[in-house]
Design a protein around this ligand. Structure first.
Ligand SMILES: Nc1ncnc2c1ncn2[C@@H]1O[C@H](COP(=O)(O)OP(=O)(O)OP(=O)(O)O)[C@@H](O)[C@H]1O
Ligand SMILES: [Mg+2]
Length: 260
């Protein structure tokens, strides 16, 4: 196991600072206000899970952080650098700190597994191909796919593809890992393996995680904080023991009784 980028101990260096901050973020699609003056922040090294009904804006938040879409109002700051509004160069710098794993894997189908993992470190970080390959092999070992370097993603199972996607995200040595329902496209018997891998990563690194999931057991295990979304706002937040066992809001209770 070697995600050697960041060790747990460095979490304590700056326990009170914020790595991610959204302030007054509003996002509209036409007349649909998807995020409504949203405020929240995430401290470095923390694992925060977003829960809430379909359409409540969870994916939109991750897409904003990935700069795949822009807010209509408000500011987003990552590691002290503003993401919106900001010059293009600054946005690129901030983007390097963030990795994302999608529900549908989004691997490059025409590239080998190894190349999927080395491409961004070489192209975006300017890493030498040798170094990127050594790192990719280490990560494939970590995710249990050392023997699949030369395979095309289409030859892999969904669970294996998602492991490659996780390795690809880690290859950028991100400070922040965004996970959007990463097991919901998997066959049921493949879910546990991917969740175990993510639990391992959560335990053994201090990568900050922002995670959208319907796997409430997993959320309970890894989360420092759970945010309940409804209609583009955080209606309740707290530690998982509180949110899952004794939420304050009826809406949270109702949502949990439908998904648990
Ligand atoms: N590109 C888009 N154009 C128009 N509307 C969009 C777009 N992307 C998202 N929306 C709308 O924004 C709202 C929030 O979508 P989002 O995908 O963030 O929800 P979600 O909480 O992730 O839902 P789910 O749990 O189903 O994934 C929805 O009403 C959706 O229809
Ligand atoms: Mg979503």
């Amino acid at each position: 196991m070697s995600v050697e980028t960041r060790t747990k101990s460095s979490v304590t260096d700056a326990p009170s600072s914020e790595l991610i901050r959204l302030a007054g973020v509003t996002k509209r699609f036409g007349t649909n206000t998807v995020l409504d003056q949203l405020d929240f922040s995430v401290q470095p090294g923390k694992h925060v899970t977003l829960i809430g009904p379909s359409g409540s804006g969870k994916t939109t938040i991750l897409r904003l952080l990935m700069t795949l879409t822009k807010p209509d109002e408000g500011t987003i700051t990552v590691d002290g650098q503003q993401l919106f509004p900001a010059p293009e160069k600054q946005i690129r710098e901030v983007r390097k700190k963030i990795g994302m794993v999608f529900q549908q894997f989004n691997l490059f189908p025409n590239m080998s597994v190894l190349r999927n993992i080395t491409e961004a470190p070489v192209q975006v970080l300017g890493m030498s191909r040798d170094e990127a390959e050594a790192r990719a092999r280490e990560l494939l070992d970590l995710v249990g796919l050392a023997d699949k370097c030369d395979a095309r993603p289409t030859r892999l199972s969904g669970g294996q593809q998602q492991r490659v996607a996780i390795a690809r995200a880690l290859a950028m040595r991100p400070q922040v890992l965004l996970l959007d329902e990463v097991t919901s496209a998997l066959d049921p018997e493949l879910v546990a393996g991917v969740l175990d891998l993510l639990r391992d990563i959560a335990r053994s690194t201090d990568i900050t995680m922002l995670c959208v999931t319907h796997e409430m057991g997993f959320a309970r295990d890894i989360s420092d904080q759970v945010l309940m979304f409804d209609s583009g706002r955080v209606i309740e937040s707290g530690p998982p023991e509180k949110i899952f066992s004794d939420p304050d809001q009826d809406r949270t209770r109702e949502f949990l009784s439908a998904v648990l």
